[in-house]
Write a protein that binds this ligand. Structure first.
Ligand code: SF4
Ligand code: SF4
Length: 114
């Protein structure tokens, strides 16, 4: 079993870490598991062959979904768009932009069918 030496190369190439600011090591990658883009750059970067990605995905399945992600999923189910459409359209109107058009009902059904 490959062992982590804490060299931080995985953090250095991780998109999720970059989005969240500077960080160190795989522990911090684990804290950003819901932001993971699945790019596998961490796998290529690790000189020890540690599978940071699979470990992150395992942890993700064990954890509860963060509130912001849960709300985004509810919005997608209701409107097909992750952002809250009513608030978004109010902002767009303030800036003189047309409202966001919702997807056709058939598209919404296809997006949300299990
Ligand atoms: S697979 Fe996830 S954890 Fe690994 S580098 Fe990409 S975004 Fe970061
Ligand atoms: S998982 Fe690999 S690249 Fe990341 S800190 Fe550990 S040894 Fe370094």
């Amino acid at each position: 079993m490959p062992e982590c030496t804490g060299c931080c190369r995985c953090s250095g190439v991780c998109i999720a870490v970059r989005l969240g600011g500077a960080d160190l090591g795989p522990v911090h990658l684990r804290q950003r598991i819901f932001a993971c883009a699945g790019c596998w750059r961490c796998l290529r970067a690790c000189p020890e062959g540690v599978d940071v990605y699979s470990e992150s995905m395992r942890t993700r399945r064990e954890r509860e979904l963060p509130e912001s992600y849960r709300r985004a999923l509810e919005n997608i189910r209701a409107t097909g768009i992750a952002l809250p459409v009513r608030e978004l359209n109010a902002l767009r109107e303030m800036h003189g932009l047309p409202p966001v058009r919702l997807p056709a009902k058939a598209v919404l059904r296809a997006l949300t069918s299990e």
